[in-house]
Design a protein around this ligand. Structure first.
Ligand code: ADP
Ligand code: SR1
Ligand code: MG
Length: 427
């Protein structure tokens, strides 16, 4: 893994302006890598397609040939989902650019290509994934994607292993960490919106009266659960295993029947392996609950549950392959462990990682249910009673996974808990 330039100086406002439909054509016309795709001085068709929480995303196409298109993503100096009254540094785009550049080296088939990256303007111009849908939206519709679980597992194994101390030497790894250390504001969003606010009365939390009452009685006053979550917040703050995507959910995946692409890596930082693994799995579970209401029903719920072992087993197999192939690293030198000791170490490492992932999965399920940033799978259900029943189900499952994570010896144990939960009548 190559090291990159040192932590950048603060961004200057002099070279920054917010791009819009009027200014985008002249901005893009000066970038040869973009005019190679769109054509030079052509008429543009520009659509703002951002449905995310933080940034503005434009599709810019050649008006005469819509197959020629790029995506322009720009960070503005505030949190889009709240508005200008919630300032947020736009250097988050610097971290997205760095992480996407690294992913383009490590897993080029699983991320969009970069045409242009402009840290001063907080702009990324990238490949338009026109033949792909956001996984979350497809899953709400009950679409089965045969390859996506294996792609997710492969993505996590490659990106997590190759940026970890199991693979890299100590000095280049510290130089790489230095590139992401100051993604402080987005880490703080996670610290607060995933690990703190959802477990207390907080003005930012979502509200649905029946769910609120259940949360007050079963979350805010459950000391054991809150202390477990605090332990995971501690891991998030202190355990720097690898470069994480750190916002890896089904809204950060664009897919079709054959291909999967990971997008939106602005939260990237060095954190615990299990955060990426647990977060992505939690989104399959949240969707599974929603199909007690959505049309997919039991058969789609089973498909979703079946994907979890595929994600984990692909991850584990590839991670172990990379580990067996690796030479000396910051962590291990050839000759330190016997083959038997190494095998014992790997097995115990994977069991710990599974249990850690289950805990992060529980935190993610809870925040997506009672925190500000919900998931459309459940939060877009109009009937408040149905929504509330599903929300409480998600909270109950989250608590069970958290409480029982220490029992987990294999991914089958994890999925067995979810299967028996969903075998009960929920609606
Ligand atoms: P945010 O950081 O604001 O959450 P995202 O990176 O998630 O923004 O992008 C918002 C939306 O823009 C995505 O949900 C997707 O619909 C669209 N989008 C983002 N990147 C691409 C891409 N490379 N190709 C096609 N659509 C994209
Ligand atoms: C204010 S929290 C917004 C959330 O949106 C992003 O997708 C992250 O998950 C973040 O926690
Ligand atoms: Mg984002």
């Amino acid at each position: 893994m190559s090291s990159r330039r040192p932590e950048a100086a603060p961004l200057s406002e002099e070279n920054y302006r917010v791009l819009d439909r009027e200014s985008l054509p002249s901005y893009l016309n000066e970038i040869p890598a973009v005019t190679d795709v769109l054509g030079k001085d052509v008429e543009h068709e520009i659509t703002e397609i951002g449905d995310g929480n933080l940034n503005f995303v434009f599709r810019v196409a050649n008006a005469a040939d819509a197959s020629k298109a790029v995506i322009v993503k720009q960070a503005v100096p505030y949190l889009r989902m709240v508005g200008e009254e919630w300032p947020l540094g736009r250097d988050r785009m610097t971290y997205e650019i760095r992480a996407l550049s690294l992913y383009n080296e490590v897993v080029p088939d699983l991320v969009p290509a970069i045409y242009h990256a402009d840290e001063e303007m907080s702009v990324l111009v990238m490949e338009f994934l026109g033949d792909h849908a956001i996984l979350r939206l497809g899953m709400i519709e009950g679409v089965e994607y045969p390859e996506v679980a294996a792609h997710i597992g492969h993505f996590m194994a490659e990106t997590l292993f190759r940026t970890s101390a199991l693979s890299m030497a100590s000095e280049p790894r510290r130089a790489l960490m230095d590139q992401f250390t100051m993604n402080a504001e987005l880490c703080k969003l996670t610290e607060e919106f995933i690990f703190t606010f959802p477990y207390m009365d907080h003005e930012s939390n979502y509200s649905n009266p029946t769910t609120d009452e259940w949360a007050r009685e079963n979350i805010h006053t459950d000391s054991a659960f809150k202390l477990d979550v605090l332990g995971f917040k501690d891991l998030f703050l202190t355990k720097a295993d690898a470069l994480l995507h750190a916002d890896l959910h089904t809204g950060s995946l664009m897919v079709n029947q054959d291909e999967s692409y990971v997008i939106d890596m602005e939260f990237a930082y060095f954190g615990p392996f299990g955060f990426d693994v647990g977060k992505v799995i939690s989104n399959f579970l949240l969707c599974c609950t929603s199909h007690h209401h959505h049309a997919g029903g039991e058969s789609y719920r089973n498909w979703l549950l079946d994907q979890i072992p595929v994600i984990w087993n692909t991850f584990e197999t590839r991670f172990n392959e990379l580990w067996l192939e690796a030479g000396d690293s910051a962590m291990l030198l050839d000759g330190l462990l016997t083959d038997a000791e190494f095998a014992t170490h790997r097995a115990s490492f994977m069991r710990n990682l599974l249990q850690e992932s289950a805990g992060f999965c529980a935190c993610s399920m809870t925040r997506r249910t009672v925190g500000i940033a919900g998931v459309a799978d459940v939060r877009d259900i109009e009937d408040l009673d149905i929504r509330s029943t599903l929300e409480i189900a998600n909270l109950r499952l989250a608590k069970e996974l958290m409480a029982r994570r220490g029992e987990l010896e294999s991914i089958d144990d994890f999925v067995a808990i979810a299967r028996s939960f969903h075998a009960q009548p929920i609606l």
